[in-house]
Design a protein around this ligand. Structure first.
Ligand code: SF4
Ligand code: SF4
Length: 189
């Protein structure tokens, strides 16, 4: 990865670290879980196979990532896990290959961040304030409540369902944008 593009694009974006594009990041062979945990990543281990004792443990950490700073820099950049080191979204690749002008890419990033912010605002209005959880998980939680007929406290039924319709549209629009411009499967880190 060139050093110029992360400076130019990624420090205006952060969508692959802030819980917009992915729910979590899985460590790969060679990643040092203990070191990354000591650096502040909230790693959780699980066994994927049938045996609770002999299957290999896989480690994941949730997004928004605890190492993402307010200025969108990675606090553990030099020691970041393999997935982070290797990941380049479709937009980044297109700019690197000369297929997209940096100015056009920055416009896409700005618009996508605005879409994500609209989703966050609507989630808050519906009482979902878990800002340290990925957008897709937060939306699924709200959807389950509405599917069960539970209306958020402080909202009348009509307003709540109007907001939920608005949220569903905003999530759909964001999902389409993420799939076409950034990554074909936004929740799969
Ligand atoms: S989504 Fe793409 S442009 Fe944005 S920070 Fe990640 S790699 Fe960079
Ligand atoms: S470790 Fe760094 S690069 Fe990886 S998700 Fe967290 S902030 Fe992003």
């Amino acid at each position: 990865m060139s050093t110029a593009l992360p400076e130019q694009l990624c420090l205006q974006c952060g969508l692959c670290c802030d819980g917009t594009l992915f729910r979590d990041v899985e460590l790969q062979p060679g990643d040092d879980a203990n070191h990354l945990r000591a650096l502040g990543l909230a790693l959780r281990g699980s066994r994927a196979g049938r045996s609770p004792t002999t299957s290999p443990v896989t480690f994941k950490f949730p997004q928004p990532c605890a190492a993402l700073c307010a200025d969108l820099r990675c606090q553990v950049y030099a020691a970041r896990p393999t997935r982070c080191r290797e990941f380049e979204c479709a937009l980044f690749k297109s700019v690197a290959a000369g297929g997209t002008e940096p100015a056009a890419a920055l416009k896409v990033i700005r618009q996508t961040r605005q879409q994500a912010e609209q989703v966050r605002r609507l989630l808050r209005e519906l009482g979902e304030t878990s800002e340290r959880v990925s957008l897709s998980k937060r939306f699924q939680k709200v959807k389950r409540q509405f599917d069960a007929g539970v209306v958020p406290a402080g909202l009348d039924r009509e307003t709540a369902y109007d907001r939920f319709a608005e949220l569903s549209l905003a999530v759909h629009g964001l999902d389409q944008r993420l799939r076409t411009k950034f990554h074909p499967d936004p929740t799969d880190g």
